[in-house]
Write a protein that binds this ligand. Structure first.
Ligand code: ATR
Length: 265
């Protein structure tokens, strides 16, 4: 199941059914609405696993609750620990275990697109949960420079401090921060991890900012961020492939079966 609020429009059930078809498994995967409080979330998760559930995805606004629940009752993967958020739940040795496959799902989609990550100079826009979840997987994939640009500079600075103390690999590339307006020059890859697509505002991108590749973690609507860089000859992609990528990694953890996410894109 996938637990969220709202949840009615989640595409996860169709995606997991496609994976089940590919691997010849018979699965049930449903959307699960939950009231937005920790007690309700805990009750839903416990009922699911006590009832024989194998694995669950967690989406907005419950990823932090899921993280807390796993920290209290069971275990967390390194990616979930650094992200401070869990999108994949399973049982390990009878205990609740939380992983976060969002960042690796992004990296897998970037590789599928053929975009080079080794030695890349990268900027991430936004310093919230979406941004926090992708930093470690990008660094593990070999990027060599990282700037986090955020409307509120202090949040980008705090995020970098937290990430550097959460994992030694992150400190090795010494990420830097700035405001979005102050981000200028040439980057290999720029990733939009802000929630701006939901608000109708546009990002104050500098005319002196360029990149070879631009990725928006949002999907399913016209994204001014991508239009901006497309007009400057960058290759661009929205985040639907990341959604498939994170789902594929969850599916494999639950079933032990590898899936081909190329079939979707
Ligand atoms: P998420 O979990 O999706 O990352 P979040 O933690 O609320 O959500 O973070 C939202 C991010 O989008 C933040 O970096 C936020 O910038 P601030 O830290 O300055 O609030 C950014 N964001 C949201 N609306 C924005 C806007 N209109 N312009 C620029 N940045 C925006």
């Amino acid at each position: 199941m996938v637990i969220g609020n709202p949840i009615a429009h989640s595409k996860s059930p169709q995606i997991h059914q496609q994976f089940a078809k590919q691997t010849g498994l018979d699965i049930r995967y449903a959307r699960q609405y939950c009231p937005d409080d920790k007690a309700s979330f805990t009750a839903v998760v416990e009922a699911f696993f006590n009832g024989g559930g194998v694995g669950a995805n967690v989406t907005v606004p419950f990823k932090q609750f899921a993280y807390q629940m796993c920290a209290e009752q069971g275990g967390l993967s390194a990616h979930a620990q650094v992200a401070g958020a869990v999108n994949t739940l399973l049982l390990k040795d009878g205990k609740l275990f939380g992983d976060n496959t969002d960042g690796q799902g992004l990296v897998n989609h970037l590789r599928q697109l053929g975009w080079p990550l080794q030695g890349a100079k990268v900027a991430i826009l936004g310093a919230g949960g979406a941004s926090r979840g992708v930093v470690l997987p990008l660094i593990e994939a070999g990027i060599s420079e990282l700037t986090i640009a955020n409307r509120t500079l202090s949040k980008a600075e705090d995020l970098i401090d937290q990430l550097c103390s959460a994992h030694p690999l992150i400190a090795t590339i010494a990420p830097t921060s700035c405001t979005i307006e102050a981000l200028t020059g040439q980057y290999d890859l720029i990733i939009n991890a802000t929630s701006i697509g939901l608000s109708g505002d546009t990002l104050p991108l500098s005319e002196a900012l360029r990149c070879g590749y631009a990725y928006d973690m949002m999907y399913g609507r016209e994204l001014p961020f991508l239009t901006h860089f497309h007009a400057h000859s960058a290759q661009v992609s929205e985040g639907y492939g990341m959604l498939i990528g994170q789902a594929a990694l969850s599916f494999t953890q639950w079933t032990g079966k590898a899936v081909d996410s190329n079939l979707f894109i």
